[in-house]
Ligand binder design. Structure first.
Ligand SMILES: C[S@@+](CC[C@H](N)C(=O)[O-])C[C@H]1O[C@@H](n2cnc3c(N)ncnc32)[C@H](O)[C@@H]1O
Length: 197
């Protein structure tokens, strides 16, 4: 079943119904940033669908120059406040990752539960958006939620085959692995590190 209506993310922040938010960065990202074998050169990182900015803060602490982007207006001051409280300088922008025109491009795009949040009929637009926001040869690192059930609401399902069909035409897969996850997502996430062709 597929629902063509876009979700009103702002209403979830206003109702404080942000069940996806674990109050901390993705464990897979934390491990990636602390592992010497996974390092990629530091630079400018974009976190689209950043929510309250937990992953953006982890990247900033690791030395990245970070911009967070989210479509829900209420998420932006929340993310800004949490970053400021930790003494971190992060730009949080309001906007639609799929349609906003970037003012500049990034060395890294990190995403975590954004691909699965976007309606599958917009996945081609999602790939175009990654290409648009990323510098040539830039990296795209994703923590993909690999659920198989689809009830027409986010999170939408995907699988490794579909990720390959979607991204391989424009990206090189550098590495794919099953990361450490929040307890309730254990074994259901796949990390993919791609570089733009
Ligand atoms: C499932 S939440 C994940 C939030 C955050 N990545 C996390 O894991 O805590 C999806 C987030 O993406 C945002 N979002 C959805 N569609 C978006 C779009 N087209 N552009 C930017 N942000 C979007 C929502 O407002 C929400 O904050």
């Amino acid at each position: 079943m597929q629902n063509n209506k876009e979700r009103n993310w702002e209403s979830f922040y206003q109702a404080n119904e942000i069940s996806w938010d674990h109050g901390e960065a993705s464990p897979g990202l934390v491990d990636f940033l602390s592992s010497s074998s996974n390092q990629i050169p530091l630079g400018r990182a974009l976190v689209p669908g950043c929510g309250r900015g937990h992953d953006a803060r982890a990247l900033a602490k690791a030395g990245w120059n970070v911009t967070g982007l989210d479509i829900a207006p209420s998420s932006i001051p929340m993310a800004q406040k949490l970053a400021t409280n930790k003494g971190l300088n992060i730009d949080f922008l309001l906007g639609d990752f799929l349609s906003k025109k970037p003012e500049s491009q990034f060395d890294l795009i990190f995403e975590h539960t954004l691909f699965c949040a976007i309606n599958p009929n917009r996945r081609k637009d999602y790939v175009k958006a990654i290409q648009k926001w990323l510098k040539p040869k830039g990296h795209y690192l994703a923590v993909n939620y690999m659920i198989t059930e689809n009830d027409g609401e986010p999170p939408f399902s995907t699988n490794a085959e579909e990720l390959d069909t979607t991204f391989r035409p424009c990206f090189d897969l550098i590495k794919r692995w099953i990361p450490r996850s929040y307890e309730n997502r254990s074994g259901k996430e796949l990390m993919n590190l791609w570089s733009l062709d």
